[in-house]
Design a protein around this ligand. Structure first.
Ligand SMILES: Cc1cc2nc3c(=O)[nH]c(=O)nc-3n(C[C@H](O)[C@H](O)[C@H](O)COP(=O)(O)OP(=O)(O)OC[C@H]3O[C@@H](n4cnc5c(N)ncnc54)[C@H](O)[C@@H]3O)c2cc1C
Length: 400
């Protein structure tokens, strides 16, 4: 059977190799000059290819359980065995994140590229698919390099995220031509835009913090870890991991930062009183020197309203204000950065239009979709690539 795979990203390469392993003749069409361009950018160039904790709870979408079958059918162990069988040595961090032992994304891409080099796989790079047409029981796939006939088509064109490394809207448009629908799309695993007044002054400063995204008193998401202040808001792993809530949560959100998450309010006050009592003739803005990054410490005191006055003159009530800023530093969320900065697309092709056990369309038999183009997105930490491997593998098992 002739199988056309559209998109030479993580899911597409896995689907193509699996389909060839099943005895099909495969043509892989990739818009960019090379396959796996986005893969090279993953994990800051290290490629966090999976996570030992991969499970449906780490995935999102209108029906996030839809991903369960694929994740179990080609699970983390099976994925790592598959990669090991193709020569990839990996290492697992305490967090469960798995990286190539070489710490280079190129190693993951290398084993995939070598696995694609076989007579039953034809790779057409620099070939953009513009249309998929139903023809009899098969398909015609139209590209800027001519038309290709296929018995089955697997769409792995990815999502809109990471546009600098190839994220485009094409996948959604190609599926729409066949009658498929998509949900709303949002950038996810992305930096937050906030009122920039304080972040801009702290640009480049990193801190450990507990992070809470709220609408009024309602908590939309909580996390803890490293944050980074930027020109336009806050970034860093702890922010990325909960950015989906800010992207999809609508208006009126705030992000609250607790810079001493292990401390009680009482312990914080006790510490602040000690600092005041030992402060001699220093300025209030220096009260947190030695507690936080110096610029952040000064900013917390400034946000509480104290800079030049003598630290020793601060009353307990004034210290409480500083304590509140230290434990509940609140920034108004103005949105999230765009798809160009995002690592993944939240939303995608409606999963209720595809069979979770085969990835085949329920509307168009013989048409399959997998990877990020579908309405499934994972948490930060290797979950999105695991979804690409699992769903790509399942789609590649195309049945006659
Ligand atoms: C900077 C960055 C870092 C990331 N880091 C990680 C990480 O460490 N771990 C993790 O799990 N996830 C990470 N991700 C997310 C992960 O890379 C994606 O979720 C995953 O690559 C999706 O795989 P995919 O095959 O579905 O799509 P893609 O990898 O995007 O592949 C889709 C392919 O289809 C091609 N294509 C699109 N339209 C057409 C067309 N019309 N014709 C032909 N070809 C077409 C594209 O050029 C592309 O090569 C990161 C993403 C980014 C942007």
């Amino acid at each position: 059977m002739n199988v056309i795979v559209i998109g030479g990203g993580a899911a597409g390469m896995m689907a193509a190799i699996t389909a060839a392993d099943c005895g099909h003749s495969v043509t892989l069409l990739e818009r960019q000059a090379r396959v796996g361009r986005k893969l090279m950018a993953t994990g800051n160039g290290r490629c966090n290819l999976t996570n030992r904790h991969a499970a449906p709870a780490h995935y999102h979408g209108e029906d996030s359980d839809w991903c369960a079958y694929a994740l179990a059918a080609f699970d983390v162990e099976a994925t790592l065995d598959w990669f090991a069988g193709h020569g990839l040595v990996t290492t697992t961090e305490d967090s469960g994140r798995v990286y190539p032992y070489s710490n280079m994304a190129g190693s993951v891409l290398d084993v995939l590229r070598y696995a694609l080099e076989r007579p039953d796989i034809t790779l057409c790079a620099g070939c953009t698919v513009s249309r998929i047409r139903r023809r009899g029981s098969g398909f015609t796939v139209e590209t800027d390099q001519g038309s290709f006939a296929a018995d089955k088509v697997i769409l792995c064109a990815g999502g809109a995220a990471g546009s600098k490394v190839g994220g485009v809207m094409d996948g959604y448009q190609l599926a729409k031509q066949l009658g498929h629908h998509r949900t709303a799309l949002y950038p996810s695993l992305v930096q937050l835009k906030t009122d920039p007044t304080y972040p801009r002054a702290l640009k480049g400063v990193k801190a450990e913090a507990a992070v809470t995204i709220r609408r009024g008193r309602e908590v939309l998401a909580e996390n803890r870890g490293e944050i980074l202040f930027t020109e336009y808001g806050v970034s860093g792993p702890a922010i990325f991991e909960i950015s989906r809530a800010a992207a999809t949560g609508g208006e009126g959100l705030t992000v609250e930062l607790d810079f001493l998450p292990d401390w009680t309010d009482e312990a914080t006050m006790h510490w602040l009183r000690q600092r005041r009592d030992g402060a001699a003739d220093r300025e209030a803005g220096t009260l947190l020197a030695g507690t936080l990054h110096s610029r952040l410490g000064q900013m917390v005191c400034k946000a509480a309203g104290f800079t030049n006055q003598g630290a020793a003159t601060l009353t307990d009530r004034e210290l409480e204000k500083i304590g509140r800023c230290l434990r509940r530093f609140t920034l108004e969320v103005q949105g999230v950065c765009g798809f160009d900065q995002a690592q993944v697309t939240a939303g995608g092709l409606r999963t209720d239009e595809f069979d979770p056990e085969t990835m085949e369309s329920k509307l168009v038999p013989g048409f399959y979709a997998c990877g990020e183009v579908l309405d499934i997105d994972g948490d930060c930490g290797g979950y999105n690539l695991q979804w690409a491997w699992s769903s790509g593998h399942l789609a590649g098992l195309v049945m006659t």
